[in-house]
Design a binder for this molecule. Structure first.
Ligand code: NAP
Length: 283
């Protein structure tokens, strides 16, 4: 069985161009372009790269973007007053506060401060709840990107045994919810799961989201299974890699996402889709 590599870059480019078309239609009908406001506090180098990628994607899609850089010494009150200002700004459709935040500022409080109808990351509890109850306003970006990748690769989710390893609020839990909504039979595994290999070897679809470089080798994989690698890790040489040992697994699995070029580009593409949706709701 040879692996089919799922091209996340190509799919992300297709989604970005669909968003760009919609933006041009809005402009042609006399409306303003969607606008995303990105707030970054402190100078975490990885966060800066993520923010630059988001700015670039906005440019590609014809979405206006505004990036506000705050010093790492910013207070909670200052950040809140900025969020309040953007919540009330009728020209801003989406607000994204790049995580992690400087020490002393509580992530949960910041997320709660963002108006749910501008919460394009889909982190606000109102939006998380809507995903779980089957009435989503926005879809969580990385999880929604994973569903799109599976569909693009022709993988049937309905009825499939889906095993998600990882239970974070950003990836593991919401992707489990979306797979369930697609009629998958979902198991969410984590660090306390007993006999993880036995659990993952039952998976028709395996989503690896633990943040451990090349953790999953072929011993964890059912032959032919679809493998989605969410990890963005560094190997022993400092090179970007995923949670899956791609070279070991590729010989026995079915469709598999590479790192880089798999889930990562999809996350940003889905953010663009959410920003467009926010603008459409506002109008
Ligand atoms: P996280 O918050 O650190 O959560 C990791 C999860 O993995 C936890 O639920 C943890 O279990 C579980 N885990 C850790 N070691 C394990 C083990 N040996 N066996 C089973 N479960 C284990 O991480 P995250 O934010 O979800 O991110 C996961 C990975 O995805 C990271 O590499 C991150 O960089 C990447 N990521 C990529 C994107 C993208 O767009 N491509 C987006 C977000 C994240 P417990 O809950 O029991 O501790």
């Amino acid at each position: 069985m040879g692996a089919c590599v799922i091209d996340g870059k190509a799919l992300a480019a297709k989604i970005r161009s669909e968003v760009a078309n919609e933006c041009e239609k809005m402009v042609a009908s006399g409306k303003r372009r969607p606008k995303l406001c990105v707030i970054i506090a402190g100078d975490d180098p990885a966060s800066k790269v993520y923010v630059r990628n988001k700015q670039k994607a906005c440019g590609d899609c014809g979405i206006d973007s505004e990036t506000i850089e705050l010093p790492g010494t910013v207070t909670k009150e200052e950040l809140f007053s900025l969020i309040d200002e953007k919540n009330g700004d009728g020209n801003v459709d989406g607000i994204l506060v790049q995580l992690p935040l400087p020490r002393g500022i509580d992530e949960k409080e910041v997320i709660l401060r963002i108006s749910p109808d501008k919460d394009v990351d889909c982190f606000h509890p109102v939006n998380v709840g809507r995903v779980y109850t089957g009435d989503p306003l926005f879809l969580p970006c990385t999880p929604a990107g994973i569903i799109e990748l599976l569909k693009y690769a022709g993988v049937t989710i309905s009825g499939a045994n889906c095993v998600v390893v990882g239970r974070s609020n950003i990836v593991g839990k919401p992707v489990s919810a979306l797979l369930l909504a697609e009629n998958g039979t979902v198991t969410t595994a984590h660090s306390k799961t007993r006999d993880l290999k036995k659990v993952t070897r039952e998976a028709d679809i395996l989503v690896a989201a633990i943040g451990k470089p090349k953790f999953f080798n072929r011993e964890y994989i059912k032959p032919g299974a679809a493998v989605i690698d969410v990890g963005m890790d560094r190997d022993e040489n400092g090179k970007l890699c995923g949670d899956v040992d791609f070279d070991d697994v590729a010989g026995i699995c079915g469709p598999i996402t590479p790192v880089p070029g798999g889930v990562g580009p999809m996350t940003v593409a889905m953010l663009m889709k959410n920003t467009l949706k926010a603008a459409m709701i506002r109008k």
